[in-house]
Design a binder for this molecule. Structure first.
Ligand SMILES: Nc1ncnc2c1ncn2[C@@H]1O[C@H](COP(=O)(O)OP(=O)(O)OP(=O)(O)O)[C@@H](O)[C@H]1O
Ligand SMILES: [Mg+2]
Length: 509
């Protein structure tokens, strides 16, 4: 074949304890194309890209960059070969400015050998202009949105002259508007001659920007296709090995008594500003109440207050008719509050603990798991974990004994959801439940949420994904600037109407 290949990986194998993350993988990326990499959670996508970026050494296989065989020992090697990677979890320094982060390690210096900040800001502004990546070089990272932080990461690779750019699930953390912007940025990068590898679970995005798609299944290549020649369903079938139904079965809700009642609550954010203002909302047993809104409109502060992680400025929170406003986090859990947090790395799992230990994190002190009054019964813990691993299809190389931090991103998410649903809470609070999950897992998790509802649980769902809100919820509360704009029955409102309320326009009556 005489095409110009930017990257040619051949026979790549990488084994971890209990699993071949990559098994004789061949990957060819043409010069100046956008190639999508698709596969179930744990299929080996991030591992393959970490090998290309020099973070992992493959056990077998060769890599050619622009036709030349190379060994990529570490990310510095990758950078000098013109390879840049946008990781799913950004690696920025929060109290540094945009410009400082971008030039870090390659700073322009003045005659005294010190950082020439003015020169750095000028270069950043020039790059940002050239690629249409809007940022303000002087802003501190902690003050800008996730979408902007991602643009900083992209500029960082461009500053290092990358011409091959790897995106690992870049849209998982973005709002719908930011996703559209990123798709446009990716097209721009291609127009400027870059070669792009895009890992994503969202078929729409593959259809929107990618030319070819390579599909991984359980560590092996299932095939490479021209995106224009296949349907979304065909892609899914290649990925999973069988047809997957993409809709969920959901009957009408049978709402009962009010389970959670928020009465005029106000909550401050970490900078001491009011983020939730005088908000009232009731969530009933047997219904899924969705909170629709653009990121940063008080959603995280609202959830922190309900779960007991942040204090109330005013107002009160009631669960099953009891005032829980001043109760501890553990008391709330014992009262039947389950919580799937938005940031699974920070609040969801303890990485150096095993999957078994993590799955028992909220009930390890209960009689089932305590022997002779004080010793943890690991056998029971691991037995129950094994059941959850099976039910939720959590791909973990060594089962319950796998270290949580070594699982793929999507499988970590499945583990948290399994743990929280297993406790069968009377109230399930769930933030961004399907972020980073493959389509099969999304279908499963959504149907589990519906079946919790049908068992009479109250579900409060926060999601930036309006499609998700529209498919799952029975009632939808739109939040804007810390206040509920309107609460609507899902059947009586369109996505467009919710979208314009999210943007702060007044609800139609
Ligand atoms: N450092 C590690 N130690 C042990 N096992 C690992 C490690 N990194 C990855 N694995 C295992 O290798 C397999 C592939 O993981 P990888 O992260 O590449 O999947 P992925 O396709 O990126 O999945 P996701 O869509 O969930 O991000 C998984 O079974 C994972 O548990
Ligand atoms: Mg991954």
């Amino acid at each position: 074949m005489m095409e110009n290949l930017a990257i040619e990986m051949r026979g790549i194998t990488k084994r971890f304890p209990g699993v071949a993350a990559n098994d004789q993988v061949d990957l060819a990326v043409r010069e100046n194309e956008i190639l999508a990499l698709l596969g179930e959670n744990g299929a080996g996508k991030s591992t393959l890209m970490s090998i290309l970026f020099g973070s992992y050494d493959p056990d077998e296989g060769t890599i050619k960059i622009r036709g030349r065989e190379t060994r990529i020992r570490d990310p510095n090697d990758a950078a000098s070969l013109g390879i840049g990677m946008i990781h799913q979890h950004f690696k920025l320094i929060h109290n540094y400015t945009v410009a400082e982060n971008i030039v870090l390690g390659m700073e322009p210096v003045n005659r005294l050998g010190l950082l020439d900040l003015a020169a750095a800001e000028k270069r950043v502004a020039a790059l940002s202009e050239q690629y249409g990546l809007r940022v303000n070089p002087k802003d501190k990272i902690e003050d800008i949105t996730v979408g902007m932080q991602q643009r900083v990461e992209i500029l960082k690779t461009l500053y290092r002259s990358a011409d091959i750019i790897i995106f690992d699930e870049p849209t998982a953390v973005l709002t719908p508007q930011e996703i559209d912007e990123l798709m446009e940025i990716i097209r721009q990068l291609k127009a400027k001659g870059k070669t792009i590898i895009l890992i994503t679970h969202k078929l729409k995005e593959i259809k929107a920007v990618a030319e070819r798609c390579t599909v991984l299944r359980r560590g092996k290549v299932a095939g490479t296709v021209n995106v224009a020649d296949v349907t979304e369903n065909e892609l899914v079938e290649m990925m999973v090995g069988r047809a997957v139904k993409l809709e969920i079965d959901k009957g009408p809700a049978k709402p009962g008594e009010v389970t959670l009642s928020l009465r005029n609550i106000s909550v401050k954010n970490s900078r001491g500003l009011l983020a939730v203002r005088n908000l009232s909302l009731d969530v009933r047993a047997g219904e899924i109440m969705g909170i629709a809104g653009v990121d940063g409109n008080g959603q995280s502060e609202l959830i922190s207050a309900i779960t007991g992680m942040a204090p109330l400025e005013s107002g009160s929170i009631w669960m099953d008719g009891a005032d829980i406003s001043r109760q501890s986090i553990r008391k709330r859990i014992e009262a039947g509050m389950g919580y799937v947090p938005e940031d699974r790395q920070k609040h969801g799992l303890i990485s150096p603990f095993t999957v078994g230990e993590n799955l028992a994190l909220k009930n390890y002190y209960t009689p089932r798991y305590i022997d002779r009054g004080f010793v943890l019964n690991n056998e029971a813990i691991n037995h129950d974990a094994g059941q959850l691993i099976l039910n939720f299809d959590i791909r973990a190389g060594k089962g319950a004994l796998t270290l949580a931090g070594s699982m793929s991103g999507g499988n970590q998410q499945k583990a948290i959801i399994a743990r929280e649903i297993e406790l069968s809470p009377r109230l399930l609070i769930i933030a961004q439940p399907t972020r980073g999950l493959d389509v099969g897992a999304i279908e499963y998790i959504r149907s589990r949420i519906v079946s919790e509802r049908d068992k009479g649980r109250a579900v409060l769902l926060v999601s930036f994904d309006l499609d998700e809100i529209m498919t799952l919820c029975d009632r939808i509360a739109t939040i804007s600037r810390g206040a509920i704009v309107a609460v609507k029955d899902a059947g009586s409102v369109t996505a467009q109407e919710i979208g314009s309320m999210m943007a702060g326009e007044r609800a139609a009556r």
